[in-house]
Design a binder for this molecule. Sequence first.
Ligand code: SF4
Length: 95
Amino acid sequence: MTTTLFTSCDTAFEELSWRADGLCAQTDPDAFFPSQGESARDAKRICAGCGVRQRCLEYAIAKDERFGIWGGLSGRERRRISGGDRSPGGAATPR
Ligand code: SF4
């Protein structure tokens, strides 16, 4: 039973280990979770130069992260490229 617990923890740690290399780890985390109406431009600019951007984006899409800037994209932008946006005009809207 203990082995299973450690294996799960190890897997979770490995799954998130890339985050230590993210540029956001060195900046204000609030910039990546702007309030409604606030600009996400600064966070997106930081993401553009981040070495783990692709991995971050893939993680956020796989985990269906709804909020915040991940991999340089907002939640709505991520849903749009992953096909999960069911809003009018979204990628999953029947044409
Ligand atoms: S891509 Fe952006 S949110 Fe993701 S780790 Fe890099 S700086 Fe952070």
